[in-house]
Each structure stands twice: as structure tokens, then as C-alpha cells.
Design a binder for this molecule. Structure first.
Ligand code: 2AM
Length: 221
């Protein structure tokens, strides 16, 4: 009935605890600040500006994301494919409200989005939909063959007019390129190694993953 339908949220995911939100915001801002001052980045700034040699201020370029979280299942109040099945899944029901550590393994930037890659544990993968990597629209080439959980990320910011759903698609595209070794290692930074994947796609693999506690829950709003 209608009551059952309203009980399915907009999306499920892991929500960063209040105490660590600022830490992640600061670390990612520091990364953006450093990235846009690198000569290697300036050399490719046309990817962001459309004009050669025009400087970009990445901190201004990306509009900050609202609630920092890693989406597991976008349900669209039950309208998305598999939403009801996900909401009724025993692992989902059992884990609802529980806290676990998310391991952030990389930061990435494209002309559309900025995000952090999340490396999921076996236990966290129990909450990951089997078709999450295949459901991206449009599916980046070769992304369908990436391991389960490859799409897991936290959206940190989007360019003007870009929807956050784009962040996972950008990540899949970068990982597919990584798989076929298309990246160009640009620089060893303090936080890790920076690789350029062309067309404004940058990924910083963290030397030390950043661990952040998060609560598995959902959003209705
Ligand atoms: P995100 O997970 O990349 O940030 C509300 O829009 C949330 O659901 C956002 O966090 C957004 O992207 C995610 N989202 C929106 N549409 C989606 C879709 N079709 N597939 C997966 N996640 C989606």
C-alpha cells in the first residue's frame, strides 16, 4: 500500500560522523589547493577553463557537497530498480544504524566532480548492491568488469550544474583507465602519488588510507 511505499528512502549509505566531517573537508581542500598550483596541473588547465593558460581556483570551482556520505543504494523512494529488495535485505536491516570505519584510499578530481574513493571491507560489501557498477548511466567502457565496490565514493564537490551521481561515473572511468594502465604518474606528493588520466582527470592515491567512522543509515529528505 502507499504507507509501504513512503517507507523506502531516497537513498541508503554510510554517513560520516559529525566529528570527522571537518577533517575530511580540510584534507580535501588542502589537496585542491596544492593541485591547482602544480605546473603539471596548470599545463592542463584548459580541461577546466576551456581556455589555454587561464588559471583555475579549484576551491571555488567545486560547489561543496551537502551531507558527506557514501551512497550504497539510490532508491528514489522505491522508484529505482531493486529499491524494495534492497530495503528488505536482511544484511541491510541488521546493519541499519551501525557504525563502521570507512577507508578512504584516494582523492580524485575531474572537470565535473571531486570525490574520495572508498575501499570497502568484506563486511561492508555485504551492503553493496551487486549491480552498482553496472547501473551507471552511461556505463563507462570496461567499468562493468571492475570488482564489486569499485564505485564506492564520497562526493566532495560538483562543478556548477553537475549532479552528484556523476562522481561515481567519473571514478569508474578513472579506474577502468587505471586497469589498462593509461595513467601518467605525475608527481609524488606528501599525501601520495598523483596520476593524470587525460581530459582533466586526476587521481591521488593515498600513501596512508584515511579512516573515518560512519553510520549506515538512510535519507528521506
Ligand atoms: P553520490 O552518491 O555520487 O553523491 C542523492 O542524490 C544521492 O544519491 C547523492 O549522493 C547521489 O550521488 C546519489 N545518486 C543519485 N542518483 C543516483 C543513481 N542513479 N545511482 C546511484 N547513486 C545516485
Amino acid at each position: 500500500g502507499p504507507l509501504e511505499e513512503v517507507s523506502i528512502p531516497l537513498y541508503f549509505g554510510w554517513f560520516l560522523l559529525f566529528s570527522v566531517k571537518n577533517k575530511i573537508k580540510c584534507t580535501s581542500m588542502d589537496f585542491l589547493k596544492t593541485l591547482d598550483t602544480l605546473d603539471a596541473f596548470k599545463k592542463h588547465s584548459v580541461d577546466f577553463t576551456g581556455k589555454a593558460e587561464k588559471e583555475v581556483d579549484l576551491e571555488q570551482y567545486f560547489k561543496p557537497a551537502g551531507i558527506l556520505h557514501c551512497t550504497t543504494k539510490f532508491c528514489d523512494y522505491g522508484k529505482a530498480e531493486g529499491a524494495k529488495e534492497y530495503a528488505e535485505n536482511q544484511a541491510v536491516i541488521k546493519s541499519y544504524g551501525s557504525i563502521s570505519d570507512l577507508s578512504l584510499s584516494a582523492f580524485f578530481v575531474t572537470p565535473r566532480t571531486c570525490g574520495a574513493r572508498v575501499y570497502l571491507t568484506e563486511e561492508q560489501l555485504q551492503l553493496w548492491p551487486a549491480d552498482a557498477e553496472k547501473q551507471a548511466e552511461p556505463v563507462p567502457e570496461a567499468a562493468a568488469s571492475l570488482p564489486l565496490g569499485s564505485r564506492a565514493h564520497i562526493t566532495l564537490g560538483c562543478a556548477e550544474g553537475v549532479e552528484p551521481v556523476q562522481t561515481g561515473i567519473d571514478l569508474l572511468e578513472i579506474l577502468a583507465q587505471q586497469e589498462s594502465q593509461q595513467g601518467e604518474l605525475v608527481e609524488e606528493m606528501e599525501l601520495g602519488s598523483l596520476t593524470y588520466y587525460g581530459e582533466g582527470k586526476w587521481l591521488l592515491n593515498l600513501r596512508e588510507p584515511i579512516c573515518v567512522p560512519a553510520c549506515f543509515s538512510s535519507i528521506y529528505g
